[in-house]
Design a protein around this ligand. Structure first.
Ligand code: AMP
Length: 405
């Protein structure tokens, strides 16, 4: 049989996997700082959840879902996105009042694989439910922005827009439909089909958007509460000194957004894959699923693209490699002591000659090599061509200091 992973999926091994571990570690940290506890939902959901929650006319639902019938005759789908599952879990738990959750994990879409576009990919996201104030939108936008900055995304740009709500959007959609209908000849068959089904999504089309000169703007149609909300979000972003651009054609691919929509773009990446993530407000989603009114706002970031964009060389997954001149049992005990005090250390488990141990340390490209010669002798720590001697008890602190500098 072939050892290759399935089309559009990847095996992630060291040293590349270390970049993932670091980015996921930062995600744990940043999402916790903003008060988002971990939420974990199944990778597998009833197909109906995405049909209702993402929208039956969306590309994700019509073309990209991994759907199958299980042994009990139920139609199941590997989750293509996170929000519908998290909102379902909130409703299942009988949740009420303000609620936050952060997630990270694999998602699945049947796409034509290319750089930054995979069939299995990793997303990080948050959802903030039951808070209607623009404070929630701004907080969510800020969290994603600060995280991406810290990970080291090159040329990060934040784009924002508003999509109105069910009271003001219909008039805008009608105006847009008329505008598109007059230009039907210019559009691809796919976009022409969307004029009736969901004209907003035509604005999302990378091929057709350049042919559309000066389309109607949602901001000219906003009702007073939506306009106030949008101003509130922008005012908070200004106060937090977060730079953004407004793009009136940013509509996002999924059906459930209301009011705020935003996207993080890594200008350092090729256009086809520079959308690092995005999100928005989805006040009507819970009702689409049959739940009570539950306003919400959130985002999802694509980790594959974030790591491409950050372009950082991964660090070592170890702080040190232990080379020992004693028997292997003594090395087991020494490594255990170091590990229990926080040092990431590894050693040869087969008692091989010292030269072979040094070769392994070089292959692993560790920042520190520890040479252990016996319990009554100092440990030699070699780093960047310089050698230091110290007692075993001093090693963890020394390693920690050299890691932080
Ligand atoms: P979306 O839910 O489509 O807005 O996706 C949010 C983010 O997830 C995108 O901006 C991408 O960074 C990432 N993403 C979506 N689909 C894929 C995919 N097929 N492969 C890799 N990353 C993806």
């Amino acid at each position: 049989m072939s050892f290759r992973p399935p089309k559009g999926t990847d095996d992630l091994l060291a040293p590349r996997s270390q970049s993932w571990r670091e980015a996921l570690g930062l995600w744990e940290d940043w999402s916790a700082r903003y008060g988002y506890p971990l939420v974990m939902t199944p990778v597998l959901e009833a197909t109906e959840l995405f049909e209702r929650g993402v929208g039956e006319t969306t590309e994700v639902v019509t073309k990209q879902m991994f759907t199958f019938t299980d042994r009990g005759g139920r139609s199941m789908t590997l989750r293509p996105e996170g929000t519908a599952g998290v909102v379902r879990a909130f409703l299942a738990s009988g949740g009420q009042g303000p609620w936050k959750g952060a997630y990270s994990g694999p998602f699945f879409r049947y796409e034509q694989p290319q750089g930054g576009r995979r069939r299995q990919f990793w997303q990080l996201g948050v959802e903030y439910l039951n808070v209607e104030s623009p404070v929630a939108d701004a907080e969510v936008i800020e969290l994603g922005y600060r995280y991406l900055e810290t990970v080291g995304v090159a040329d990060l740009e934040l784009v924002v827009n508003t999509l109105g709500d069910p009271s003001c959007r219909p008039a805008y959609v009608e105006a847009l439909r008329r505008y598109l209908d007059e230009r039907r000849q210019l559009l691809s068959p796919e976009s022409a089909r969307l004029i009736e089904l969901n004209p907003l999504r035509v604005l999302d089309s990378k091929t057709d958007r350049p042919h559309l000169d000066d389309p109607p703007r949602m901001t000219d149609f906003l009702c007073e509460p939506c306009a106030r909300h949008y101003d509130g979000v922008k005012h908070l972003l200004d106060t937090l000194e977060i730079t953004y651009t407004e793009d009136l054609s940013l509509v996002r691919g999924l059906d459930y957004y209301t009011r705020t929509a935003f996207e993080y773009v890594g200008r350092g990446l090729a256009t086809a894959q520079n959308a690092l993530g995005g999100g928005g407000r989805y006040d009507g989603l819970s009702e689409l699923l049959g739940g009570p009114p539950t306003p919400g706002v959130g985002f999802a970031l694509g980790l594959d693209r974030i790591i491409l964009s950050a372009g950082k060389e991964p660090g070592s997954h170890l702080d040190a490699y232990l080379v020992y001149e004693t028997d292997v049992t003594e090395a087991v005990v020494v490594a255990s002591r170091l590990r229990r005090t926080g040092t990431r250390v590894d050693f040869d488990g087969e008692g091989r000659p010292v030269e072979a141990q040094f070769r392994m340390a070089a292959r692993l490209d560790v920042p520190v090599v520890l040479v252990y010669r016996g319990s009554d002798l100092p440990v030699e720590a070699r780093a960047s061509g310089v050698s230091h001697e110290m007692g075993l008890d001093e090693v963890p602190e020394w390693v920690r200091r050299s890691r932080d500098t």
